[in-house]
Design a protein around this ligand. Sequence first.
Ligand SMILES: Cc1cc2nc3c(=O)[nH]c(=O)nc-3n(C[C@H](O)[C@H](O)[C@H](O)COP(=O)(O)OP(=O)(O)OC[C@H]3O[C@@H](n4cnc5c(N)ncnc54)[C@H](O)[C@@H]3O)c2cc1C
Length: 476
Amino acid sequence: MSGDFDVLIIGSGPNGMAAAVFLQQKGLKTAVFEQSDLPGGGAKTMEITLPGFKHDIGSAIHPLCFDSPFFKTLPLQDYGLLWVHPDIPYAHPFTDGSAYACYRSIEETAAQLGSDKKKYISLFNRLVNDWPHITEDILGPLSFPKHPVKMARFGLNALMPARYFAKSNFSEEKSRLLFYGAAAHSTLPLTSLATASFGLVLNILGHKAGWPFPAGGAGKITEALTGYYNHLGGEIFLNHQVKDIRELPNASVYLFDITPRQLLEIQGTRFTESYRRRLSGYNYGAGVFKIDWALSDPIPLRSEVCRRAGTVHLGFSAKEIEHSEAAVHRGDTADSPYVLLAQHSVFDTNRAPSGKHTGWAYCHVPHGSTKDMTGAIENQVEKAAPGFKDCILHRTTHNTSQLEAMNPNLVGGDINGGKQDITQLYTRPVASISPYSTPDPRVYICSSSTPPGGGVHGMSGYNAALRAWKDHFEGK
Ligand SMILES: Cc1cc2nc3c(=O)[nH]c(=O)nc-3n(C[C@H](O)[C@H](O)[C@H](O)COP(=O)(O)OP(=O)(O)OC[C@H]3O[C@@H](n4cnc5c(N)ncnc54)[C@H](O)[C@@H]3O)c2cc1C
């Protein structure tokens, strides 16, 4: 590495790479420092079970990436990013063997919901139409909305606890269960304020964009971002854990794709005591227990609807999901946890050797838990797919501390860079008009610990880079 840089980015997750690409596109001299021997943070694909079986170590299903306002502007297809759209975004099986699904079509989805049909159509027709007008506000820092009426329409629904939203909008248990499957992505009890927002956004995206994933795995998102970044002249230094800003080459600005607890440990920053205190008060959320399977056959899901979906949510009654997510927040786990299951190889044959398959799943667990949830998760899959356990050739599991050992951003197994409750959804990491800035004018935070939070969308990185660009370089 030679000479001084305009900007150094620490961490090569989707947000770090979004920031790096944006600033390099602006003609600045930038470089990325990454502690791991592979770039990508949460977006990586590796053979961690048997040879030839490609598993997404972190993120697996990518509506947020596919529909990201920043990523959509990049020529990522020229760098190998191809999207696979399963027939159905997500499905939810029931104990009687039937299933409901979130289809691309609002009408087709509503047609399953019996007496809730009309309500679903009017709600989602409006929200999907409003979405393009409110996306920028939802995916940016807190500010006065550009379309206040549309934003209010979304916000009034989104602020509700998922349980209250489901009860007041849907009269049928199965309709509520379908909504719960998406809302429980929040990693919060469904009685928490604003958990409805997760169900709404994920359903809006299901209808608007689908729930696609990259052919070949999440690592292809990273390969495309790093390929384009290198093409623009950016450099990435792997196996370099940054502990002290003063060890790095000179730069005007440093963007940290890490979470508040890690940022506090970085030496050489010039933070005020009061900022340090505020950062130390940042809350991390529940963790996940993750399983990747190498399978002899496709997951033998009983319902044909489930077999056509990329993602399947498991939780066999509204009470079961409510109990599972509430238990996690009491520091406990449920015997029958809510499970997120993905079956890439059914739609992307390159994920496994010919005729063989992969499976990806996780459930929520208490922050820092090392409890082995293999049995509980596999029992849930078996209920929806009798014979599943007989298909397992090999499994690799990761508890919260194993996840954190792989990627220090996964503090206590929290995959969202911090709790995404009402107190931290838009005031992450601290309440501020510019949450990406710090009292050290050289230092910015650009990880999912800033708005809009968890997920592979790159918008935290883009927002932070835009702030840094305006503060230091624009017009100079
Ligand atoms: C099991 C799991 C499942 C998920 N499923 C999905 C999903 O299906 N869809 C979705 O959209 N999102 C999903 N996510 C969330 C998504 O992966 C994250 O929200 C996203 O990766 C956050 O991006 P980031 O750039 O903020 O941080 P990260 O992706 O965590 O990247 C941070 C990077 O910084 C590096 N780093 C940390 N400290 C240092 C240091 N001191 N010096 C140098 N480098 C450092 C890390 O090694 C890492 O590469 C999942 C995550 C996990 C773990």
